[in-house]
Design a binder for this molecule. Structure first.
Ligand SMILES: Cc1ncc(COP(=O)(O)O)c(C=O)c1O
Length: 409
């Protein structure tokens, strides 16, 4: 810093989160975040798509929002509308779809229009860390509800809603990741979805449905979206191309009817999400999305199997897990004596990065011995080695794993 540089410390607003840590490169064994498989990036087809669309429509870059208005590039919205109808049962027009800069922007926009300090929202007890931190930063109370192998528990939700009603609290929404949940990777059945919708209707609490992994079920199909089953705007739906194509594109989408969409659009005053990305993605997806995702699923599943095998070898019964229904994450429970936040710090020094469970739970203490492992980015060789290094660190610091055995499947 130069001698005359300005010190902002006394000028910063008091409610900022802790300062960011400078990026110093990825660790050798990186099991954190939602990074994708580098060999699966469809580079040649993206180059061809970019070249085609720029030659044909590049002049539109001269305007904010291309020739498509504030909702985003029309051919991309039309692709999403067709895909939603086919895969999720959501019937909507391109005008009910807003292109966002990643689904994180979708989360922010919905929160901005619905939440005020002191409000209450309901979330799955184990859920996406980025959703928890966002809501907490707004001074909003989170009520965590039990999840099971079928996702958000309707029995637990029913008693939570009733209890809140008795206390005169009207939650602003129920946030759920029904299709390949983060971090548990379960897929909620249609029966469970119906129960949630009945509760949402009975208590007049909207559902906020986050579906960024739904293209990545091993089965290649998924139950109808909650929004499709509701058939109305009581369910806000967001999705993303981060996991199906590439997170660095920063492209997601939000589906809502005009009364809510018009309020969301009035605060999305960013001049539009990246136009070039939208053009290239629309051009690419038209011909390649389905084949790309089919191949990606196979790659991811093979990496998952390598990870499960490595955990079986190095941790044995000390690592409890349920085999995921899809996605890029494995949610692991280690013995109670292991504090994964400490394990994270120590393992990082050895080049292994994991996500400690506390960050993926509405009650951080309950996640003390859990960890989330992203298997999409590291190669199978790196997965095998990394799990071995992690097991060594864990044994040295916590005395586990001691024994080696099987896995639930
Ligand atoms: C459940 C969930 N929602 C939203 C996001 C944000 O994704 P993106 O902004 O890249 O679309 C993530 C990322 O991991 C996620 O897991």
């Amino acid at each position: 810093m130069s001698a005359d540089s300005f010190d902002y410390a006394s000028r910063l607003r008091p409610d900022l989160p802790p300062p960011a840590v400078k990026w110093s490169g990825f660790p050798k064994y990186n099991f954190t975040g939602g990074h994708n498989d580098a060999d699966s990036m469809p580079v040649a087809d993206l180059i061809a798509a970019a070249s085609n669309v720029l030659e044909r429509e590049g002049r539109q870059l001269a305007t904010y929002g291309l020739d498509s208005g504030a909702l985003g590039y029309c051919p991309l919205r039309e692709f999403i509308a067709r895909k939603l109808a086919r895969d999720t049962g959501i019937e909507c027009s391109a005008d009910e779809i807003l292109i966002t800069s990643g689904s994180l922007q979708g989360l922010d926009l919905v929160n901005q229009v619905l939440l005020s300090r002191g409000d209450t929202v309901i979330m799955e007890k184990m859920t996406y860390g980025g959703a928890i931190t966002r809501v907490k930063r707004l001074g909003v109370n989170i009520i965590g509800v039990e999840v099971d192998g079928d996702g958000l528990s309707s029995a637990a939700l029913a008693s939570t809603l009733e209890e809140l009603k008795q206390r005169g609290v009207a939650p602003k929404y129920i946030y759920t990741i029904p299709t390949v949940q983060n971090p548990t990777a379960t897929v909620m059945s249609e029966a469970r979805r119906s129960e949630l919708l009945q509760l949402s209707k009975a208590y007049q609490v909207p559902i906020f449905e986050d579906e960024c992994y739904a293209d990545l079920t091993w089965a290649g199909k998924r139950p109808r979206a909650l929004r499709a089953m509701a058939g109305n705007d009581r369910v806000i739906h967001i999705g993303s191309f981060s996991k199906s194509i590439a997170p660095a594109l920063r492209l997601g989408y939000l589906v809502a009817g005009w009364p809510l969409m018009s309020r969301i659009l009035s605060i999305k005053n960013d001049g539009g999400s990246g136009a070039l990305e939208q053009m290239v993605l629309a051009e690419y997806c038209r011909d390649h999305f389905d084949t790309h995702v089919r191949t990606l699923r196979l790659t991811l599943r093979s990496k998952l199997d390598t990870l499960v095998e490595a955990l079986r070898t190095h941790f044995g019964t000390a690592a409890e897990l349920e085999y995921p229904a899809g996605g890029i994450f494995l949610w692991v429970k280690l013995p109670d004596s292991v504090d994964t936040s400490r394990l994270y710090q120590i393992a990082l020094a050895g080049g292994v990065a994991i996500n400690p469970g506390a960050e993926w739970m509405t009650d951080a203490a309950a996640g003390k011995s859990r960890m989330r492992i992203c298997f999409a980015h590291p190669s199978e060789q790196v997965i095998r080695e990394g799990v071995g290094v992690l097991a060594d660190v864990c044994r040295r610091e916590f005395g586990v794993p001691e024994t080696i055995a099987g896995v639930h499947r």
